[in-house]
Design a protein around this ligand. Structure first.
Ligand code: AHM
Ligand code: MG
Length: 280
């Protein structure tokens, strides 16, 4: 597994350097979920593929920007699912973005996840790796990732990051989100799940939600590349991650790019979501 993390560090350095001079124009193509692809999405995907394919323990890779799985080493055992540049539509306004990685073995269900990692490209480049523990690193001027600390969520936080189009929320979901604000929670939502979840993890807790809506019953975020890796990280940091009713890591995607409603947070907030969703 260490060689996979080493490759992720290498890919993070290369992607962060490309972001500096990035061409953020759109291509004519769309990815399989129908998102417009930027030249930078494709470039980041290529950089990560080139790095991961040289890791002998990796059997295959599945990217948000590719239609299907690519086998890279017949003798490898891990399947790496990744989103090369999540939130890339925020590059033109210079907000933080990220790369997300799930390291699976034996399949791409939540239960097959063995480790997860993400990189935040913001004013600084940071990396979080979760195995049995969740570890936080920062890229130094020397080009090395320095270990900073372990991440633990408190029982209850103060931040509320409510995603998706409010016009299409179910009334009970709106009531739930409003109830957190009424209790003093503060709005923190940039539109990039990596920095939004990083903020909740580092500021001790809160809730990030991307619910089912009237128009999108399966919501937007993808299980294999986005949702499962963060669910793993939140669970290992003593928080929780559910689809409203069940643990996200108990789910199995029907296809590689399958999506699901999702809630990530500290224990108290996740229990509150569960109670409301159980009644609706
Ligand atoms: P992307 O993979 O196409 O960048 O989309 C994922 C992003 C997440 O980072 C973010 O949480 C979400 O889309 C924001 O969506 P919305 O603008 O609908 O709230
Ligand atoms: Mg994404």
């Amino acid at each position: 597994m260490e060689e996979v993390f080493k490759a992720i560090k290498e890919a993070a350095k290369r992607v962060s350097s490309e972001i500096l001079d990035a061409d953020v124009s759109a291509l004519d193509s769309e990815n399989i979920t129908g998102d417009t692809q930027l030249k930078l999405d494709i470039l980041s995907d290529k950089i990560i593929e080139d790095v991961l394919k040289n890791v002998s323990s990796i059997y295959s890779i599945i990217s948000e920007e590719k239609d299907s799985e690519v086998i890279v080493n017949e003798d490898g055992k891990y399947i790496v699912g990744y989103d090369p540049l999540d939130g890339s539509s925020l590059v033109d306004v210079n907000l933080s973005i990220g790369s997300i990685f799930g390291i699976y073995e034996g399949g791409i269900s939540g239960k097959d996840l063995k480790a997860a990692a993400y990189v935040v490209y913001g004013p600084r480049v940071e990396l979080v790796i979760a195995t049995d523990k969740v570890r936080h690193y920062r890229l130094k001027k020397s080009g090395e990732f320095e270990f900073l600390s372990e991440i633990f969520l408190k029982e209850k936080g103060k931040l509320n990051a409510p995603g998706s189009t409010q016009k299409n929320w179910f009334p009970f979901h709106k009531e739930l989100i409003d109830s957190f604000f009424k209790d003093g929670y503060r709005l923190r939502y940039s539109g990039g799940m990596v920095p939004d979840l990083h903020q909740i993890l580092l500021k001790g807790g809160g809730l990030f939600s991307y619910p089912a809506t009237i128009d999108l019953p399966k919501a937007k975020l993808r299980m294999v590349f986005e949702v499962f890796p963060f669910a793993f990280i939140f669970e290992k940091a003593s928080g929780g991650a559910i689809d409203g009713k069940v643990d996200l890591l108990s789910l199995t995607p029907s296809f590689a790019h399958d999506t699901t409603p999702c809630f990530f947070g500290s224990k108290n907030e996740i229990e509150r979501v569960k109670e409301v969703y159980a009644r609706n």
